[in-house]
Design a protein. Sequence first.
Length: 215
Amino acid sequence: MVDLAYGLTAMASIFAIVDPIGAVPFFAALTEDYSPKDKQAVIQRSCAVALVVLLIFGLVGQWIFLAFSITIPAFQIAGGLLLFSVGFEMLHGERPRTKATEKEHAEALERQAVGVVPLGIPLLAGPGAISTVMVYISQESAAPLDKMFVFAGILVSILASYAAFQYADMIFKRIGRTGTLAISRILGLLLAAIAVQFVINGAVGAARLNGLLPP
């Protein structure tokens, strides 16, 4: 039977960390002087890059665990701490440093290929999004069919990013910076709560691995 709770949580987590609406002001700033044709090229490139990166980590994430001898509880705790820091910064109306640094912002303004860096990576497919995908896809308690929700979450998030970028000018004019920051803060609160749950799950899993709790 499909675990809807797992699936909906996975999709919500991925959507929150990708944060399509929160990326709109940055996209608008980077492409302010671009022609409609150039903007369309940047949108397609950024979304394609983010989609490929997240899908790759979703498909080979478990092999990465094996290669580096990383336990799932350890990654859950590390991912939870990372996601909490991202959520905390989003609550304060900031673009997370784990997604894009100020140096990358400045360099991006001088490049034509902004669709790859920093829009595709790390604005959309940053460390937080990658760790979220890997944590959910590596949960042993989830059935293979349930894990399809992870890939559905990736697809929905990228499609939402595509739509947000496509209508960035209209969105930015209608809701302004204040509205964008408000939405980002709501997603930040959700992300912080999910991150705490990651840490709790990781701590319980680690305790079980070490025999401190029954399996």
